[in-house]
Write a protein that binds this ligand. Structure first.
Ligand code: SF4
Length: 334
């Protein structure tokens, strides 16, 4: 897929007090993009579109340049909020509510200072940061390079480590960053069937794996997040083909340092409603009757697969991993 180019850019005037804000404004002007002002990145109004669905779609190609007001960096390092992808099951649909537009934050130095403070407080332990809690940061980083700067910042720390997950192939500008092996680059992967039916506006499996190969050859520790594991017709074959393709693409000398994270599909009742509204033709199976209910925080429980189905899923996938990548580490199944 082509690298993302926003259709519309908003900028908070205060963002121009930061170098990163000025760089981005200049860049987008040169690209000939429409740039509007917004008083706050939390209140972008008047997004184009005649109805809610159109507005939602347009929001996902709108980039807002703002300042992270409280740049706390504890576990989650806040570089961006929102994503260009249209994955039907994406949890951001719930966490971002009515603000699905993409925000990039320009006060990176403040964010890094907070991160450093957090690292210092936890000495001599290693402090782990996650950069993709509220976005798929790689999808927009070819424009902003804030992830690259973060990788380099964490690279020069002794006790910081960074990780993130992506479904995008646009990694070229990250390959020569001084990462110092402090960053684990994780790709979210799935069977072709799941990608085709639910992961619109993301890179194909082939492209993700080609990017994974580049990344591991650039010395980054590599991981795969297989999520959501989904029971579709011929899922055993679908996932086998996926592992086969990973195995054929990544050079075997890197297998021993690969991690796998396994997450079965789940949904909540409120998420189901939103998904049905935004992606009314989605084939995503969300039948409460067929699932097992798990109590959750704030009284919102989630629906996962029945115990025997989850068990079969887990055993099958773990077997594939043992078969194709005997030395790799399975972090968890959930
Ligand atoms: S790529 Fe990730 S963050 Fe983006 S829409 Fe898909 S699931 Fe959500």
């Amino acid at each position: 897929m082509k690298p993302f180019v926003p259709q519309l850019v908003y900028i908070e005037p205060k963002a121009l007090e930061f170098e990163q804000g000025r760089i981005l404004k200049d860049k987008f002007e040169k690209m000939g993009l429409e740039i509007r002002e917004t008083t706050s990145h939390n209140q972008v109004r008047n997004l184009p579109g005649n109805n809610e669905l159109q507005k939602y779609k347009n929001a996902k190609s709108t980039l807002v340049i703002g300042i992270r007001k409280k740049p706390s960096a504890e576990y989650a390092i806040p570089l961006a909020t929102g994503c260009i992808g249209h994955c039907h099951y994406c949890y951001l649909q719930m966490t971002l509510g009515s603000k699905p537009y993409i925000r990039t934050y320009v006060n990176l130095d403040e964010i890094f200072q907070q991160a450093q403070k957090y690292i210092d407080e936890h000495k001599p332990e290693i402090t782990r940061f996650e950069a993709s809690c509220k976005s798929d940061i790689v999808g927009i980083d070819h424009l902003t390079h804030s992830l690259r700067k973060t990788i380099e910042f964490i690279g020069q720390t002794e006790l910081g480590s960074l990780r993130f997950t992506t479904k995008y192939q646009h990694v070229d500008h990250l390959l020569d960053a001084s990462h110092n092996e402090n960053t684990r680059f994780r790709f979210s992967v799935n069977s072709q069937w799941v990608i085709k039916n639910f992961e619109m506006a993301t890179s194909s499996l082939r492209k993700r794996l080609e990017a994974a190969k580049k990344v591991v050859e650039a010395g980054y520790p590599l991981g795969f997040v297989v999520a959501p594991l989904y029971l579709h017709d011929d899922w055993q074959e679908g996932y086998k083909e996926m592992f086969d393709e990973i195995n054929n693409t990544i050079p075997s000398k890197h297998f021993s340092n690969i991690t796998f994270e396994l997450i079965q599909h789940r949904f909540t009742k409120p998420a189901k409603k939103v998904i049905q509204k935004r992606y009314p033709k989605s084939k995503l199976e969300m039948d409460e009757e067929k699932r097992k209910y798990k109590w959750g925080r704030y009284g919102i429980g989630k629906y996962v697969y029945q115990k025997d189905e989850a068990q079969e899923l887990r055993e099958t996938i773990e077997n594939y991993i043992h078969q194709y990548f005997p030395e790799a580490r399975i972090e968890y199944f959930t």
